[in-house]
Design a protein around this ligand. Structure first.
Ligand code: SAM
Length: 247
């Protein structure tokens, strides 16, 4: 059975899509998407031999070899221009996902939707999308097996029903603080609209982590430690303030 994380990613793929799942590992996502009749074709891309073999085996066992093509290669190298209209990249860091997209921009011209699930560095990925003319149309957050995941869904701004200026519209929080564009990129413009309990859990964990770093900085004798500690304190204050002001 598909994990809730992968199922939620799958649900963001429009019916009839030609999918490219990059870093597909066991190809669980394209296999389930094919079995559920969501996609007409898929490329499952893998750069590493172990996961590539696992994907080949999984696709063969599912009987979906006509629909899913398993290919070995780096990032978007495995697809031809125009071959995919939806790209999913899940389970890697946000900067790696951004680097993969950046190295394959010629393959993105035909893409109508990106469904991305960074394990860390969500803000880096949001900045990349924003700067490259992709607009977030939806963000999801979930907890599974003690980990918190975010799923970012983006469409080309030229085709999307909403613009980046609207999505990242700065707003005043009920407590009076300003949720600036910079902070919206950090927290997620959609996630802050109707924050779910797990969103607060994520940022409380983040604050705990920062408090531990602050603690070790305060005991450090390195010359830059004091300055770093001040920056971190200021950042923690903003996070606390924003969390306190969200509905
Ligand atoms: N996408 C699956 C998921 O979310 O469950 C698998 C995630 S797994 C943690 C990450 C996979 O990405 C690994 O199998 C790894 O080999 C693959 N990978 C890492 N860098 C890649 C790249 N540049 N191109 C293609 N695959 C890559």
């Amino acid at each position: 059975k598909l994990s809730r994380r992968l199922q939620l990613i799958l649900e963001q793929i429009p019916a009839g899509s030609r999918l490219a799942d990059i870093g597909s590992d066991h190809a669980l996502l394209p296999v389930a998407a094919a079995q559920q009749g969501v996609i007409v074709s898929a490329v499952a891309g893998e750069v590493n031999p172990g996961p590539y073999e696992a994907a080949l085996k999984q696709v063969k066992e599912s009987g979906m070899t006509e629909v899913i093509h398993v290919r070995k290669g780096d990032g978007l190298d495995v697809i031809a221009p125009g071959e995919a209209d939806v790209i999913t990249i899940a389970g890697m860091g946000g900067s790696l996902i951004a680097a993969i997209l950046g190295r394959g921009v010629d393959k993105l011209a035909s893409v109508r939707r990106l469904v991305l699930q960074p394990n860390v560095g969500e803000d880096t990925l949001r900045v990349w999308l924003h700067e490259r003319g992709w607009v977030l149309i939806q963000e999801l957050i979930l907890e599974e097996d003690g980990k918190i995941y975010e799923i970012l869904v983006a469409e080309p701004e030229s085709a999307a029903a909403i613009s980046n200026d609207e999505v990242y519209q700065e707003r005043v929080l009920p407590g009076g603080s300003m949720l600036t564009r910079e902070w919206l990129l950090r927290f997620g413009p959609w996630l802050t609209r109707k924050p779910e309990p797990v969103f607060y859990d994520k940022w409380r964990l983040e604050l705990d982590k920062m408090a531990r770093i602050l603690d070790s900085l305060s005991r450090s004798e390195l010359p830059a430690a004091a300055e770093k500690a001040e920056d971190m304190k200021a950042e923690m204050n903003v996070i606390q303030e924003v969390l306190a002001c969200l509905p």
